[in-house]
Design a protein. Structure first.
Length: 196
C-alpha cells in the first residue's frame, strides 16, 4: 500500500458516498413521502463512507477476489443491519431500547476481525462468531417476550434475524474458501513476516 494510492482511494469512497446520497436527495425533492432531514443524510453519509473506507482498507490486504467478496458481504450485512435498525428498528420501532443489542452484533464483528488480524481463516471464525451473536438476539428477544411488540411476531423475529445470520454465514464460507485457496492471501504473508 503506497501513501499516494490511499488518498486516492479515500477520495473515491467520498465521491461514491456523495453520489449514493444523491438518490435519497432526489427522492426528497420529487416526493413528500421521503421524510429524511439533515440528520438522516449525515448519519447515512457517515455509515456509507465508513463502510466504503473499511472495505478499501481491508480488501487491500489481499489480492484474492474471494477474500474481497467475503469482506464486501460482511460489511454490507453490518451496514444494512445498522441502517435498518436505526431507520425502522429490527424489533418493533426504532425507538425500542431493546434494538441496541444489535449494535453488540456489529461490535462482535469488529473485535473478532481485529483478533483474527484479517487472516482469511481467522475471519471465517470471526463471521461464525458474528452469526452466532445474531442468533443469540433471537433467543434474547423471545425469552424477553419481544414477540409481543407491534409488528414483531415470533415468525418475523426469526425471519429477519435469520436473513442476517445467512449473510454472515455466507461471508464466513467465502473467507474459508479464500483460506483454502491459500494463493491470494497477502494477509497471511504479511502476518508471517511480522512475526519473524
Amino acid at each position: 500500500m503506497t501513501k499516494k494510492t490511499l488518498p486516492q482511494s479515500i477520495f473515491r469512497v467520498a465521491i461514491g458516498t456523495g453520489l449514493l446520497l444523491l438518490i435519497p436527495l432526489a427522492a426528497k425533492l420529487i416526493t413528500d413521502e421521503m421524510q429524511w432531514d439533515e440528520t438522516d443524510f449525515i448519519v447515512m453519509g457517515i455509515l456509507l463512507f465508513s463502510t466504503g473506507l473499511a472495505f478499501t482498507l481491508v480488501a487491500r490486504q489481499s489480492s484474492n477476489l474471494v477474500y474481497k467478496t467475503a469482506v464486501g458481504v460482511a460489511l454490507f450485512t453490518a451496514l444494512f443491519l445498522v441502517w435498518s435498525n436505526a431507520a425502522v428498528g429490527i424489533i418493533g420501532s426504532e425507538d425500542n431500547v431493546e434494538n441496541l443489542m444489535y449494535f453488540g452484533v456489529v461490535f462482535v464483528l469488529i473485535i473478532s476481525s481485529f483478533i483474527a488480524r484479517f487472516n482469511p481463516k481467522g475471519m471465517a471464525y470471526a463471521l461464525i462468531a458474528t452469526a452466532l451473536a445474531q442468533a443469540l438476539t433471537i433467543i434474547i428477544a423471545l425469552l424477553s417476550g419481544m414477540q409481543h411488540f407491534p409488528e414483531s411476531s415470533v415468525y418475523e423475529i426469526i425471519m429477519v434475524n435469520g436473513f442476517f445470520i445467512t449473510l454472515y454465514s455466507v461471508s464466513a464460507g467465502l473467507f474459508w474458501m479464500a483460506a483454502e485457496e491459500g494463493n491470494g492471501t497477502d494477509v497471511e504473508a504479511s502476518a508471517e513476516s511480522s512475526q519473524q
